[in-house]
Design a protein around this ligand. Structure first.
Ligand SMILES: [Zn+2]
Ligand SMILES: [Zn+2]
Length: 94
């Protein structure tokens, strides 16, 4: 696991974006969101800027921005691959 993920303390509790009654440990949030999103109709999704195959329910978007597996790859390659990536983003649309 990368230690560069800019979530505070993994043992800190965060408030679930779907239901503020839910308080979830940061490191459990991904799993929680997977379960919790099933309880809520997906009104609106956003496309991940790191991978346009990811469609993220709006409330989860900021978590996905932190946790997206493609972001880690992109971060490594960002310096020299930014232009290439942007080009791919266009050509990869279904
Ligand atoms: Zn929840
Ligand atoms: Zn993503």
């Amino acid at each position: 696991m990368s230690s560069s993920i800019p979530i505070a303390d993994p043992d800190d509790y965060e408030i679930c974006p779907y239901d503020p009654v839910h308080r979830v440990q940061s490191r459990r949030m991904v799993y929680h969101l997977e379960k919790c999103r099933k309880n809520f109709p997906m009104k609106k999704t956003r496309i991940c800027p790191f991978n346009n195959k990811h469609r993220i329910p709006e409330p989860e978007f900021r978590y996905h921005m932190v946790l997206c597996p493609d972001k880690a790859i992109l971060d490594q390659d960002l310096k020299h691959e930014r232009m290439v990536y942007e080009h791919k983003s266009y050509t990869r649309i279904n």
